[in-house]
Ligand binder design. Sequence first.
Ligand SMILES: [Zn+2]
Length: 120
Amino acid sequence: MPMAKVWNKNYLPFTQDFEGTKIHIEPNHFIVMDFEKGRQFAGKYYPIEVDAGGQQKPESYKMIVVEPLGQNEMPAVEKMRCQACAFVANNKEELDNHITDNHVNLMLDKEEREKRKAKG
Ligand SMILES: [Zn+2]
């Protein structure tokens, strides 16, 4: 089954319910989805919110781009993928920071946890 990178090209995080699941994509990051599902997600209507002046609020811009993900790209993507959620980092440092910020309490190794806390 072909897979896809589903990008959020906004500078703000994007979250939308899709087929009973809350899809969350960090700004300028992608998640991995089945290609067809990714296309359906991209095309799903997202309600526009406007501010008091009638301007569309930037957080309500849906800027989803679906890109095919080649089999050969998979190992690199897997390496940068958070094991606890759907987040895919752009590099190793970002992945470490993401884990420290979001999943430190899940880490069983207490020493490692303290080390990371002290660093941040
Ligand atoms: Zn995560």
